[in-house]
Design a binder for this molecule. Structure first.
Ligand code: MG
Length: 272
């Protein structure tokens, strides 16, 4: 079982091999859904009353979707469709995005395809360049850590076993982790392609997680809450006003795990 206390972190963007010992997770995960895993050796002696807290990143630790929302608004203005309402343009874009990956480059490709599909005039190269720019420039958005997150992580980090679990484009997620300065609070940083039932089952097995004492914390019903509950983990749902539409779902609360719903990340201090 992992124990933690004093955490020594290598630089987050240091991609040189880290000696993780014979129980290394990265090699097993590299063949399946986990695209990046950074494990830090923990030094802790004494009784272990800690729980594993798997914590989402985008729109849980820092703002993310607001930048995509702004780009979509700019796209709709630029498209200037004569009959489709903004939400109807978004529906078309959603359909296209479902076929693409995550990250700004994939988003830019989706905007480009959406423009080609919906433009009511001749599609010029400069128009496509403009649309692609709207998507690609998201990678340069400022890092905005959500209020109280840093202080809350500083409180939780010595008390529990924190694992950052995020999905998306590997390099973009690594960059955001580094820019946030929050990596120091996590014993493990795991970037996966998708957060679904298979992913959580794999994490439970490979990290030897005790279901009763492990929580998934995040803003997305689709990626954080429902699949975690389904495999028997506990979950903390922290809704975000600007959660991406494709991440929204009802929460049927399947499984034996407990479900907490909190208004803000800072409220975790009252429960852990
Ligand atoms: Mg999220």
């Amino acid at each position: 079982m992992l124990t933690s206390g004093k955490v020594l972190l290598p630089p987050l963007l240091d991609t040189s091999p880290v000696d993780r010992g014979p129980s290394s997770l990265s090699m097993k995960f590299a063949c399946s859904k986990v695209v990046y895993h950074q494990c830090v050796k923990h030094i802790y002696e004494g009784p272990d009353m800690r729980q594993h807290l798997l914590i989402d990143a985008d729109d849980t630790l820092w703002e993310n979707n607001i930048y995509f929302e702004q780009a979509i608004e700019d796209f709709i203005d630029f498209l200037n469709h004569s009959s489709l309402k903004p939400h109807e343009v978004r529906t078309v874009l959603d359909e296209i995005e479902l076929t693409q990956g995550y990250g700004s480059a994939s988003f830019a490709r989706s905007l480009r395809e959406c423009y080609i599909r919906l433009a009511e005039k001749e599609v010029r190269d400069e128009d496509l360049e403009r649309v692609v720019y709207l998507g690609e420039q998201i990678i340069h958005h400022p890092m905005q850590v959500i209020a109280g997150v840093k202080e809350t992580l500083a409180y939780l980090s010595p008390r529990h076993l924190l694992i950052l679990l995020t999905k998306g484009h590997e390099e973009e997620q690594k960059l955001k982790i580094e820019n946030s300065g929050l990596g120091i609070y996590f014993g493990d940083t795991i970037i996966v392609e998708e957060k679904n039932v298979d992913t959580y089952n794999q994490l439970v097995t490979e990290l030897d997680l005790d279901l009763e004492n492990t929580w998934m914390i995040g803003n997305s019903p689709r990626s954080d809450i429902n699949p975690a509950l389904k495999v028997g983990l506990n979950a903390v749902y922290i809704p975000h006003l600007h959660t991406w539409g494709l991440e929204k779902q009802d929460i049927p609360h399947e499984g034996k795990g407990r479900l907490l719903t909190l208004d803000a990340f800072t409220e975790l201090r009252n429960h852990f």
